[in-house]
Design a protein around this ligand. Structure first.
Ligand code: PSU
Ligand code: MN
Length: 317
């Protein structure tokens, strides 16, 4: 690719960090536009960036602003996204090229953020929850492109598992089929976003950020092009009561079915309804777990950067 064809615009801070091999953490932006209401979305986005910095890495929030694929947003960019909210597009892999040409503004999903992070050379990405196989997918075929991106793109994604708005057993099956390692961070159980245990096991347990960095490097040495999923449970103090949240989720899903909400509108609708049905408790938990993930991602990025320095170019993942 000619330099002039490079489709990304890196902030000066992110560009410098990547050139120096300093730790960088990618952050998604659909959670800003479609995942939380204003102004909590803006405040959370800023706090998450601050946590990444406090943990010694450079945050790179990724979004499409007026058709430009931006890696690393300034305050004005974050504010524009947060205020635009649902008026912005929700960009997955299939949308990026079209949005570039139409000069639109969009939050990027986990799939699109991974794709852009991969192009930029960012190896670690923090989010809240990934998309997955929706309940009823045997009829609707609604399987998030996040899973296919995890199969295809070499980025490690730190999440708090996935919400049980999804069919979690099927979600884990698709990850397995696609060869994506699912690592439980200090847990044997796949977390269910608001709660620490979905009742399902993870493939492998890890105890430290350094261990994750070693696995990222080992995976790259195998020539695998796919990603890694690090499942980091919400802290005990922030977790919601599993049975109560399950009831609210069932209500929200029933409403979505009644109203005929499907496809890309389904996840944002369910998140919004959960917020209302839990009297805002889902949002408080959501904010806490994203921050928790940002801190762990920064630690992984630091450990990875240290290994690359120690190992020279051969250790690049
Ligand atoms: N799950 C959440 N919060 C979110 C999302 C998922 O708990 O904000 C967002 C993420 O950006 C994710 C996207 O990548 O929704 C998945 O959407 P879909 O199911 O349409 O692929
Ligand atoms: Mn979908």
């Amino acid at each position: 690719m000619k330099a002039s064809d490079f489709p990304l615009t890196l902030s000066p801070e992110v560009a410098t960090a990547l050139e120096l091999g300093s730790p960088v953490v990618a952050l998604e932006s659909t959670v800003i536009t479609h995942g939380m209401p204003y102004p909590q979305n803006l405040q959370t986005a800023k706090e998450v960036e601050a946590i990444v910095r406090a943990n010694g890495a450079v945050p790179a929030t990724i979004a499409v602003i007026d058709g430009v694929l931006r890696v690393g947003l300034d305050e004005a960019g974050l504010e524009q996204l947060a205020r635009t909210g649902f008026e912005a597009s929700k960009a997955s892999r299939r949308d990026l090229a079209v949005l570039m040409v139409a000069r639109k503004t969009a939050g990027t999903t986990v799939a699109a953020t991974m794709q852009i992070a991969g192009l930029a050379g960012i190896a670690v990405f923090a989010t809240g929850g990934i998309g997955g196989v929706h309940r009823g997918a045997d009829e609707t075929f609604d399987i998030s492109a996040d899973l296919m991106e995890l199969a295809a793109t070499r980025v490690a994604v730190v999440c708090a598992g996935a919400k049980s708005i999804l069919d979690l057993p099927k979600t884990l099956e698709v990850l397995e089929t696609n060869g994506v390692p699912v690592l439980g961070y200090r847990t044997d159980r796949f977390p269910a976003f608001f709660s620490r245990d979905s009742g399902l096991p993870v493939d492998h347990r890890v105890e430290s950020a350094e261990q994750v960095a070693d696995i990222i490097i080992a995976q790259a040495s195998l020539g695998n092009t796919g990603g890694i999923l690090v499942a980091n449970p919400i802290s005990e103090g922030d977790a919601l009561d599993g049975a109560a949240i399950e009831e609210r989720i069932a209500e929200a899903i029933a409403e979505a079915e009644g109203k005929g909400v499907t496809r890309k509108d389904l996840t944002p609708f369910l998140l919004q309804r959960l917020f209302e049905l839990t009297g805002g408790k889902s949002l408080v938990a959501n904010i806490a777990l994203i921050k928790n993930n940002a801190a762990l991602a920064a630690d992984i990025a630091k450990a990875l950067a240290a290994r690359r320095v120690a190992g020279g170019r051969g250790a690049s993942a």
